[in-house]
Design a protein around this ligand. Structure first.
Ligand code: AMP
Length: 255
């Protein structure tokens, strides 16, 4: 695997790549959710590029940024095992030469759900994704349905700005007990991890929404939102200071 750390190096290298490029942007601390996107990219392209960048502008709470799990040595070893061709590791300084004075703001879809509870999050996310899509010049870029509102916004941005990269959604990968894989799960202690398994269970249940919310709250979750839209049921909850999000497709998915 070729590890590229500067934008100049990547841009000159990119000019030499003539085959199909698949791209997976991540914030690292990689897990099987990320690798499922990598596998799909490897099946559909000749060259696979992964980026790891913990994007400071998309964190609305500085503590969340500071707590974000990182282990770059481990990530590099895992990506090598998976035969990824390029790992792009730019610095925040290089990604934000403009000091974040230029950004991408969506004004409708980004205002609700995650956008309501994490002000500024989607502007930071869209801005960095646009920078990455412009740099990588991929044929296809892969995003998880776990962050469904994020996927919708990226797709909308790609259409609005006529980006040549096709945005591909990929299914959510879960643990055996149903918990969606997430880098943040590593912060759950044993008791919190046990409690977390009730989140996907209740999300998949046939109970009315208000009853699901009641049960989550009785178990000790704090519920930011639990709604049905886009033919999905989407929710964000807190276990103490750890925030979990998840969503399921509504058709055929209720148990
Ligand atoms: P992150 O590193 O959390 O920013 O995630 C990078 C990409 O992996 C995003 O497109 C996420 O939606 C996707 N992703 C994260 N967790 C999962 C999961 N459990 N299943 C599928 N995709 C995921």
């Amino acid at each position: 695997m070729n590890i590229v750390t500067t934008i100049n190096e990547w841009q000159s290298l990119r000019q030499t790549l003539t085959k199909k490029v698949g791209f997976i942007p991540t914030m690292g601390y990689l897990h099987q959710g990320h690798f499922s996107l990598c596998e799909r990219a490897q099946q559909e392209n000749d060259i696979t590029v992964v980026s790891i960048f913990v994007n400071p502008t998309q964190f609305n709470q500085s503590q969340d940024f500071l707590n974000y799990p990182q282990n770059i040595e481990r990530d590099i070893a895992l990506l090598q095992e998976k035969h990824i061709d390029y790992l792009f590791l730019p610095t925040a300084k290089a990604m934000y030469e403009d000091q974040y004075s230029i950004c991408v703001t969506e004004t409708e879809l980004s205002q609700e759900l995650e956008g309501e509870y994490r002000p500024g999050h989607f502007t930071g996310m869209l801005t960095v994704v646009l920078k990455f899509l412009n740099l990588i010049q991929a044929d296809k870029a892969y995003f998880g349905e776990k962050d469904f509102q994020q996927y919708l916004l990226i797709k909308k941005m790609a259409q609005a700005f006529f980006l040549p990269t096709t945005i591909i959604p990929c299914k959510t990968i879960r643990m055996e007990d149903g918990l969606a894989l997430s880098s943040r799960n590593v912060r759950l202690n044993e008791n919190q991890r046990k409690l977390a398994s009730f989140f996907p269970k209740l999300l998949h249940s046939q109970l009315p929404l208000n009853e699901i919310k009641n049960q989550l709250e009785q178990l000790g979750f704090k519920v930011d939102y639990l709604v049905e839209k886009w033919q999905r049921r989407l929710a964000a909850v807190w276990i103490d200071d750890i925030r979990l999000i998840d969503n399921i497709e509504l058709r055929n998915n209720l148990v």
